[in-house]
Design a binder for this molecule. Structure first.
Ligand SMILES: [Zn+2]
Length: 170
């Protein structure tokens, strides 16, 4: 086998171990004793991997130092944004469901009540001896009333939500 490739495999293995686990941290879930002593022996004999280990230690130290000042604010603003977005989505979803349920209810009640209402108005028209255009007009007014009321209610609800939640106005 090519000795250069062998060597590069060894260095790669050492650097991978350093990058993933750090070279001095003990722990049963991390490097085994054999791996740790192999890495120590390799670092002893290999200047470039030793440099890599020092660099990675330094990088980790810097990374740990920075978040102390920037981290809390970043984390809290990120959490806030995520929460806001989640709430927005939830509200939109709730509103969507309200509209869906209303539409379904209106459609269902229309399907059920239209023929009944029509026959009722026809019967009342006959009893009152009204001409068909008169009771038909009455039927139309009565028939459109729930839709008009539902529209007003939905509008009022939308206005209420917008007034009480400044974060979404669409
Ligand atoms: Zn090496």
């Amino acid at each position: 086998m090519n000795p250069d490739l062998m060597n590069s495999d060894v260095h790669e293995r050492a650097r991978l171990m350093i990058a993933l686990f750090g070279e001095e941290r003990p722990g049963p879930e991390e490097l085994s004793n054999a791996e740790r002593s192999w890495l120590a022996a390799h670092l002893e004999s290999c200047a470039s991997c030793r440099e890599f280990a020092e660099n990675s230690r330094e990088t980790i130290r810097l990374l740990r130092a920075i978040p102390i000042t920037a981290g809390e604010r970043l984390v809290s603003t990120t959490q806030m944004r995520v929460r806001q977005r989640a709430q927005e989505l939830q509200r939109q979803q709730e509103r969507f469901w309200v509209v869906c349920v209303c539409c379904a209810a209106v459609t269902l009640s229309t399907l059920v009540t239209t023929p009944v209402l029509w026959r009722g108005f026809a019967w009342m028209g006959e009893q009152a001896r009204l001409s068909p255009p008169v009771w038909e007009g009455g039927f139309v007014v009565f028939y459109l009333m729930p839709a008009v009321l539902a529209g007003i209610l939905l509008l009022a609800r939308g206005t209420f939500l917008t007034d009480h939640n400044g974060s979404y106005q669409d």
